[in-house]
Design a protein around this ligand. Structure first.
Ligand code: PTJ
Length: 251
């Protein structure tokens, strides 16, 4: 039981969620370590959605609204932390949810499907190994791509992964939106739109922006995207990480 007046209450609640997800088999064991890495970056970023992240989220919302076949990739950490928000994202945008795992096993695919369905998801893609295609250049089990989802997608959201997938998906002509608290990860560096923020804040904010952009005309959405410079935005995040600016949080 975490006392609600603990200075790190919110962070400890998330940690507890992650531990429980691991015990249920939703999370890979290395998902625990990945969460710890994210926690450390979040601490240094002040545990808030900074201006650069807000900008990237707005542009991501515009890209999703303009997309013909948007797909949202779901791994263990994403399912553990934001399954309901992911379902809302797919409902708001008409995009598809696809399970894509680095540590793939039929048992984990089944339990993550159940988590998404319990959160209200209709269709969930990426389930049946026999039906899946594989993106040839990707050397890990993340190469899976369903014929209705990731394979033909024009815009793809890839949360919480550090690997070569973002680069290769981008090379295949897709718009890649990443969510990763590490601005220096390969995923953040290669994505078209890099959201450097905690997924527990980023997805609700993305949903809010998609609602805000309802009825916005296509030219304005395109302008938002065209005026966005991802490398410049990542530089702004790195400035937030400047050690001289650290304000003291609590232990
Ligand atoms: O569920 P699976 O089998 O697909 O495995 C998923 C993990 C996360 C284990 C796998 O993708 C992995 O090993 O990822 P990495 O290489 O540890 O990268 C995860 C990235 O996510 C790191 O850069 C972390 O800083 C970042 N991260 C961790 N937690 C959060 C986060 N970013 C945003 N929000 C978080 N809550």
């Amino acid at each position: 039981m975490i006392p609600s007046d603990h200075p790190r209450y919110e962070s400890l609640l998330l940690r507890e969620k992650i531990v429980q997800a691991f015990k249920k088999g939703i999370l890979a064991d290395s998902g625990l370590i990945a969460h710890g890495r994210g926690e450390a970056f979040d601490y240094m970023l002040g545990e808030e959605t900074n201006a650069a992240a807000k900008k990237a989220i707005k542009v991501a919302a515009a890209a999703i609204k303009l997309a013909v076949k948007p797909v949202f990739s779901v791994n263990g950490n994403t399912a553990a932390l934001v399954s309901e928000d992911m379902v809302e994202l797919s409902q708001l945008s008409g995009g598809k949810l696809e399970i894509n795992l680095f540590h793939r096993s039929p048992a984990r695919v089944n339990i993550i499907e159940k988590v998404l369905k319990d959160a209200g998801a209709g269709e969930v893609l990426g389930l049946d190994d026999q039906q899946l295609k594989y993106l040839k250049q990707i050397k890990s089990p993340r190469a899976t791509a369903s014929a209705q989802g990731i394979y033909p997608a024009d815009v793809i959201l890839v949360p919480l992964e550090d690997g070569d997938r973002a680069e290769i998906l981008k090379k295949t002509g897709k718009t890649v939106i990443s969510i990763d608290l590490n601005p220096l990860s390969r995923t953040s560096q290669y994505a078209t739109i890099s959201i450097v923020d905690n997924i527990v804040r980023a997805i609700p904010q993305l949903n809010k922006e998609i609602r805000n952009l309802k009825g916005e005309n296509i030219d304005n959405l395109k302008q938002l995207i065209n005026e966005f410079n991802n490398q410049q935005n990542l530089k702004e995040t790195l400035q937030v990480l400047d050690v001289r600016k650290y304000k003291s949080l609590h232990d």
